[in-house]
Design a binder for this molecule. Structure first.
Ligand code: PRT
Ligand code: MG
Length: 223
């Protein structure tokens, strides 16, 4: 049996064409069913639905053989383990789906450039503390990190933080909350993550799926 860990929502929706390329069809709609284990048209392949940020954990401990999650999630998980390889994770493919970026945003009336020039200590709220710490350390900006698990946009509006580090796609969420993007930290897309031990034990079926996914990855922007 091959177990694939996915999260509901954008990753589930965007992985469907890649699964189809591997001849895999999920037999239930996760938005309609309450089931957490979904059968597929292939009797030896099943999908487990987990929180996006739990995908690397499921794959690391063998609760799933492979999974799909954002590079944001992978970086944060790997930071806890001293790298993806040390967590027993193999990352064979950038699937180029569920794309967005990690950015720094502040209230539109906050002078970020001035604060940085002054060498001020910035209070930064984020779910992505490893990415944020690394970014500001490289920039030589001292920060007090405040870990949040959601609704980051609220932090600058309530005075909890000067800045947030969050995922941005269209920018509409920032705009709706009177926040402006002041730095782009990195581009994000979802990757295939595979349990290294499973890859040895179930090499043929896992390789077949990896190769099929590779053949169906959407083209890079501009070519
Ligand atoms: O459930 P859990 O807390 O574990 O994870 P999650 O809620 O972040 O999961 P989900 O399904 O929302 O996101 C899964 C993955 O999709 C993320 O890890 C990213 O790699 C990727 N992705 C791509 C995004 C976005 N685009 C995105 N726009 N994840 C989140 N957003 C959010 C963002 O945090 C912000 O609140 O959408 C809002 C911004 O969107 P715009 O279009 O208004 O800019
Ligand atoms: Mg979300």
């Amino acid at each position: 049996m091959i177990t694939l860990a996915l999260s509901k929502g954008r990753i589930f929706d965007e992985i469907m064409p890649l699964l189809a390329a591997a001849g895999i069809e999920v037999l239930e709609d996760p938005e309609k069913s309450r089931k957490l284990i979904l059968a597929t048209n292939q009797p030896d392949v099943r999908v487990v639905l987990v929180r996006a940020s739990d995908v690397p954990t499921y794959v690391q401990y063998g609760g799933a053989d492979m999974g799909v999650c954002g590079k944001d999630t992978l970086i944060e998980h790997s930071a806890e383990w001293g790298g993806a390889a040390r967590a027993g994770l193999f990352l064979p493919l950038d699937l180029r789906i569920a794309r967005c970026r990690v950015s720094v945003a502040v209230r539109s009336d906050f002078d970020y450039e001035h604060a940085v020039r002054q060498g001020a200590r910035l209070r930064v709220a984020s779910k992505y503390t490893a990415i944020a710490r690394d970014f500001f350390a490289t920039k030589g900006v001292h920060v007090d990190m405040i870990k949040l698990y959601g609704s980051m946009e609220l932090a600058p509006l309530t005075g909890l933080a000067d800045a947030i580090v969050d995922l941005v796609s269209t920018g509409n969420t920032l705009k709706a909350n009177h926040l402006v993007e002041v730095e782009r930290i990195m581009d994000i897309s979802s990757h295939l993550v595979v349990n290294q031990a499973a890859l040895k034990l179930k090499q043929a079926p896992l390789r077949r799926i990896i190769d099929a996914f590779a053949s169906a990855i959407p083209p890079a922007e501009g070519g």
